[in-house]
Design a protein around this ligand. Structure first.
Ligand code: PLP
Length: 305
C-alpha cells in the first residue's frame, strides 16, 4: 500500500505522513507474525457527519487479543478510541472508511522471546466502500481447516492467524469462488477467511458457536442482537457442511464484508439462488444501525464530526 490512501498514519505516539510510516526489514512481526489488530468501519451520517461503529468493542477486543500474546500497550481503551477520532479528523475523512489499528513487535533481534523487544502501535484510516463488489457471493468449502484453540486461538485477532485465511482465500479464488468457508478441526463449519457465517432454516437463524474455532465477530454480535430484537430465533450451535448445503438462506458477516448474502456453496445453489427475505431484512436493519438511522442502536456509534 505505498500509494497513499490518506494523508497521515498515527505511529508510536505521533501522526506522520502516510509514506513515512515504515518499519525495518528485521521487524519481529514481519518474520514471526507477532501482532494483533482490528478492523473497524466508520460511516457517513447526516450532513458531513461521520460515525464509527462499535469502536469501543473493537478496541476492547484488541486489548484482549494483545494480553494473550503479551502485546500490551500503555494506552487505555478510551485513549485508543480518541486516537482513532484524531486520525480520521486529521485526514479529513468524511466518507465510508476503514480503520486499522495494529500492535506489533518491533525490531529487537531474531530471538523468539520478545519480552525485551519494542511493542509498537500504528493506527491507519482510509476511505473504503464495499469489500465484495457484488450483491451475493459464491463460496466453497476450503481444503484447509481452520486453526484451532490450542495452537493459534482463532478468537484472538492475531496477524499470524491470517496465513490460514490467506491460503484458503487464494485457493477459493483460484478455483473461481469469491470466498472460502473453513471447517473446524472436527469437520463442522467454522467461518470465512474474514467473516462469520449465518444460516437461515425455516425462518430461524443458526451460526457456529464459539467452540467452532471462530473469531467472535462484532458484526456477528450485532446481527444476533438485531435478529432477536426483530423476533427471530438465533441458535449458536454446531453447523455441518450438509446444514449449509440444505439451508434456505446463508450470509457472511464482518466489519469489511458487512452483511453479504451467500448464493451458492460448492456450486450448490442456496435456496432460490438469490438474496433471501430474512437476509435482506437483516442487511437492511444492519445498514440502518451503522448509519445511525435507528435510534435504539445509537449507543453503538461514536461521532467523529
Ligand atoms: C477470521 C474472521 N472471522 C470473523 C470476522 C468478523 O469479525 P468482525 O465482525 O468483528 O469484523 C473477521 C473480521 O474481522 C475475521 O477476520
Amino acid at each position: 500500500m505505498s500509494r497513499p490512501l490518506a494523508r497521515y498514519i498515527w505511529m508510536d505516539g505521533e501522526l506522520i505522513p502516510w509514506k513515512e510510516a515504515k518499519v525495518h526489514v528485521l521487524t519481529h512481526a514481519l518474520h514471526y507474525g507477532t501482532g494483533v489488530f482490528e478492523g473497524i468501519r466508520a460511516y457517513p451520517s447526516g450532513n458531513k457527519g461521520l460515525m464509527i461503529f462499535r469502536l469501543q468493542d473493537h478496541m476492547e477486543r484488541m486489548i484482549r487479543s494483545g494480553r494473550v500474546y503479551h502485546l500490551n500497550v500503555k494506552y487505555s481503551v478510551k485513549e485508543l478510541c480518541n486516537i482513532v477520532i484524531e486520525v480520521l479528523r486529521k485526514n479529513e475523512i468524511h466518507k465510508s472508511a476503514y480503520i486499522r489499528p495494529l500492535i506489533f513487535v518491533g525490531d529487537g533481534g531474531f530471538g523468539l522471546n520478545y519480552k525485551n523487544h519494542p511493542i509498537r502501535l500504528a493506527i491507519a484510516a482510509f476511505p473504503l466502500q464495499a469489500y465484495f463488489d457484488k450483491d451475493g457471493v459464491k463460496v466453497c468449502i476450503s481444503s484447509w481447516r481452520r486453526i484451532s484453540e490450542n495452537s493459534l486461538p482463532p478468537s484472538v485477532k492475531a496477524t499470524g492467524n491470517y496465513l490460514n485465511s490467506a491460503v484458503a482465500k487464494m485457493e477459493a479464488q483460484n478455483n473461481g469462488y469469491d470466498e472460502a468457508i473453513l471447517l473446524d478441526r472436527n469437520g463442522y463449519v467454522s467461518e470465512g477467511t474474514g467473516e462469520n457465517i449465518f444460516l437461515v432454516k425455516n425462518g430461524n437463524l443458526f451460526t457456529p458457536s464459539i467452540s467452532s474455532s471462530i473469531l467472535e465477530g462484532v458484526t456477528r454480535d450485532t446481527v444476533i442482537t438485531l435478529a432477536r430484537d426483530n423476533g427471530i430465533d438465533v441458535k449458536e450451535s454446531s453447523v455441518s457442511r450438509l446444514d449449509l448445503y440444505n439451508c434456505d438462506e446463508a450470509f457472511l458477516t464482518g466489519t469489511a464484508a458487512e452483511v453479504t448474502p451467500i448464493l451458492g456453496v460448492d456450486n450448490i445453489q442456496i435456496g432460490k439462488g438469490s438474496v433471501g427475505k430474512v437476509t435482506s431484512s437483516l442487511k437492511k436493519s444492519f445498514m440502518n444501525a451503522v448509519n445511525g438511522e435507528e435510534k435504539r442502536y445509537r449507543n453503538w456509534l461514536t461521532s467523529v464530526y
